[in-house]
Design a protein around this ligand. Structure first.
Ligand code: MSP
Length: 531
C-alpha cells in the first residue's frame, strides 16, 4: 500500500518549478510503485491551501471574493498538472465541504482530549509563512525599521488577540518516543536529527485560532474564531481518506493511512514532523508512515519562491516549447532527493541533448531504423542471455532498489547505465558491417532483438519520469498502447513489427537554444513585474 501526498499549495501565485518539483516527484514515485505492484491500495493526493490572511488580503486587493479568487488559481494548478502528466487521484481544496467537516471533527477531538484552551496571543506574525516568529528568527531591516521575516524578507506584524491554544508542550516525550521507535519517520536522517534536537529543546503551545481573520473554517462552538490555517491545512491528508473517523484505529481506511508518506520541502518540516504528529496523537489517530523531506531549487543561489519574482521559473513556459517530460526528467535526475540544486536553463537544454537525445533517443532511432533497413521492420524475440542482458538485469535490480528508497535520481542513473551499455554494444557489434558480411549477417536479427529488449525495458523504466515520451517509445516499438508495467527477469521483447522511427527528442539548434534561454529568462522577469 502507498498513499503519497504533496503539500497543498498556497494560491497566492501560480505553480513554479519548486512546486512542480514536489508534485512531479510524488507522481513519479507513485507511477513507479504502480508499475511494479499495481494500483491496489494506492492514493496520490495534491491540492490547494486556500484559507488565511494572505489569501484574504490578495483577494481584497483585487476586489474579488476570496473563493472566486481561489477558483482562478486552482484552474491554473490543475491545468499545469494535467499538461505535465501528473496523475493525482484527488485534488483537494481546503474549501471543499468534506474538508471543512473533517477539520471541525479534528478540532472537537483535540478539544475533548483537553488540549485546547483559550488565551491571549501577542506576537510578531509573518503573513507569508502564516506563522508567528520569535525574535531569534528575525532579521533587522536595513533602514532600522520593522524586523523582517528571514524567508520572505518582509516586515513581520505585531498581533494581539484572543486565540485558542493547542497544548503542544504535553507531547514532547511522546514525539521523542515516536522518532525513537520509528527511525524512518522523518527522512533523510539529517532532517530527522534536526527535528529531534528541536523537540528536545522544549515545545511551546501554539495558537490555533484567529479572531482577526474571517476567511477560514469556523471554530466549532466559538463564534468569531476561525481555525488557524495550518491546523486546517494539515488535516487535508486525513480528509482525503474520509476524515478522522475513517482513519482511526479499526477504521475502514486505517491501513491506507498508515501507508502515507508526506512529501515536503524543508521549509515546512516542523509543521509536518512536530505539529502534525502531535495533533494526531491528541485526536486519537494513528501516525502516517512518515515525512520525506527534499531540498530547495535555487536560482543563482537564492531559493526559488513565489515572493521573489526573479527566482520564479515557470514550468509552463518551458513545457510549451520543449514538452514537459524533459523538464520532469531534468528535475528528477539533476537534484538527488534531499539535497539543494541550482536551476539553470542551459543545464536543462544540455541534459536534454546529451542524456535524452544522444543516449536514449539515439538508441531508439538507430535500432528502429536498422530494423527496417536490415529486417524489413520485423524483429524476432530476445533471448535472456549475454552480457547486455546481464547488464539490463543489474540495472533493473538497482532501479527497483532506488525507487523503493525514494531516490528517483539514482533510479534514473541506473536506468542510464543500461541505455549506455546498449549504445556501446551497437558500436562494438557494428551491425552495418555484419549485414554486409556473407557469413555473419545471420547474427543481425538476434542483435537487433537484444537492443529492442533494452528499449522496451528502458521505456518501462523511464515511464515514471517521462510517461508521455515512454508511451511514444513503446508505440514505435510496435506496442498498441502504453501497457505500463515493469520489466521482469524474463525478456520483455517477445518479437514483433516496429513502426517508423521518429526522433523522440529532436535536436534543437544552438542558436534556437540561445533564443529559448533568452525568452525564458525574460519571461521570468516579466512575470515578476506583474506582482
Ligand atoms: N500551504 C502550505 C503547505 C500546507 S501542507 C499541509 C505551503 N504552501 S506553499 O505553496 O508555500 O508550498 C510549499 C512547498 O512547495 C514546499 O514544501 C515544497 O514542497 C514546494 N516548494 C516551494 N518552493 C520550492 C523550492 N524552491 N524548491 C523545492 N520545493 C519548493 O507551504
Amino acid at each position: 500500500m502507498l498513499y503519497i501526498t504533496t503539500p497543498i499549495y498556497y494560491v497566492n501565485a501560480e505553480p513554479h518549478v519548486g512546486t512542480f518539483y514536489t508534485t512531479v516527484v510524488a507522481d513519479a514515485l507513485m507511477r513507479a510503485h504502480r508499475a511494479r505492484f499495481g494500483n491496489y491500495g494506492t492514493v496520490f493526493l495534491t491540492g490547494t491551501d486556500e484559507h488565511g490572511q494572505k489569501i484574504e488580503r490578495i483577494a481584497r486587493e483585487r476586489g474579488v471574493e476570496p473563493k472566486a479568487y481561489c477558483d482562478g488559481i486552482v484552474k491554473q494548478f490543475k491545468s499545469t498538472w494535467k499538461r505535465a502528466g501528473v496523475a493525482y487521484d484527488r485534488f483537494i481544496r481546503t474549501t471543499d465541504a468534506d474538508h471543512e467537516a473533517a477539520v471541525a471533527e479534528m478540532w472537537r477531538r483535540m478539544e475533548a482530549a483537553g488540549d485546547i484552551y483559550l488565551g491571549q496571543h501577542e506576537g510578531l506574525y509573518c503573513v507569508g509563512c502564516e506563522d508567528y516568529k520569535t525574535d531569534g528568527d528575525l532579521l533587522p531591516a536595513p533602514d532600522g525599521g520593522a524586523w523582517l521575516c528571514p524567508v520572505h524578507l518582509r516586515p513581520v506584524e505585531h498581533v494581539k488577540e484572543p486565540n485558542y491554544f493547542f497544548r503542544l508542550s504535553k507531547y514532547q516525550q511522546a514525539l521523542l518516543d515516536l522518532y525513537d521507535g520509528n527511525p524512518d519517520f522523518v527522512r533523510p536522517a539529517t532532517r530527522r536529527n534536526e527535528v529531534v534536537e528541536f523537540v528536545k529543546g522544549g515545545l511551546r503551545d501554539f495558537s490555533v485560532s484567529r479572531t482577526s481573520v474571517k476567511w477560514g473554517i469556523p471554530v466549532p462552538g466559538a463564534p468569531g474564531h476561525v481555525v488557524y490555517v495550518w491546523i486546517d491545512a494539515l488535516t487535508n491528508y486525513v480528509t482525503a481518506l474520509g476524515g478522522p473517523f475513517a482513519v482511526q484505529a479499526g477504521g475502514p481506511e486505517e491501513e491506507q493511512w498508515r501507508s502515507c508518506v508526506h512529501l515536503i520541502a524543508k521549509d515546512i518540516l516542523r509543521f509536518h514532523a512536530v505539529y502534525w504528529p502531535a495533533m494526531l496523537m491528541s485526536a486519537g489517530l494513528p501516525q502516517p508512515r512518515g515525512v520525506l523531506c527534499h531540498g530547495y531549487w535555487t536560482v543563482k543561489g537564492q531559493k526559488m519562491a513565489k515572493g521573489i519574482p526573479a527566482t520564479r521559473v515557470d514550468p509552463n513556459a518551458i513545457g510549451m516549447e520543449i514538452g514537459y517530460d524533459p523538464l520532469r526528467y531534468f528535475v528528477l535526475r539533476e537534484m538527488p532527493l534531499g539535497e539543494d540544486g541550482d536551476f539553470g536553463y542551459e543545464a536543462l537544454l544540455q541534459r536534454r541533448e546529451s542524456q535524452l537525445g544522444n543516449d536514449l533517443g539515439n538508441l531508439l532511432q538507430r535500432t528502429v531504423t536498422m530494423a527496417h533497413l536490415f529486417l524489413g521492420g520485423d524483429v524476432p524475440a530476445a533471448s535472456p542471455d549475454g552480457e547486455l542482458y546481464a547488464a539490463a538485469e543489474r540495472a533493473r535490480a538497482d532501479a527497483e532498489r532506488h525507487w523503493d528508497a525514494f531516490a528517483p535520481s539514482r533510479a534514473l542513473e541506473a536506468t542510464w547505465e543500461m541505455v549506455r551499455a546498449a549504445n556501446a554494444d551497437i558500436e562494438r557489434v557494428r551491425p552495418w558491417d555484419l549485414a554486409k558480411d556473407p557469413v555473419r549477417h545471420v547474427e543481425v536479427p538476434a542483435a537487433l532483438a537484444a537492443w529492442c529488449e533494452i528499449l522496451v525495458r528502458a521505456a518501462l523504466m523511464v515511464a515514471p519520469a517521462m510517461p508521455e515520451r515512454a508511451a511514444e517509445m513503446l508505440r514505435q516499438l510496435g506496442r498498441e498502447s502504453d501497457e505500463g508495467g515493469w520489466p521482469s527477469a524474463n525478456p520483455s521483447w517477445t518479437g514483433g513489427r516496429l513502426r517508423a522511427a521518429v526522433p523522440i527528442f529532436p535536436k534543437i539548434d544552438k542558436a534556437v537554444q540561445r533564443d529559448l534561454v533568452a525568452k525564458w529568462t525574460e519571461a521570468q522577469g516579466a512575470q515578476g513585474a506583474k506582482t
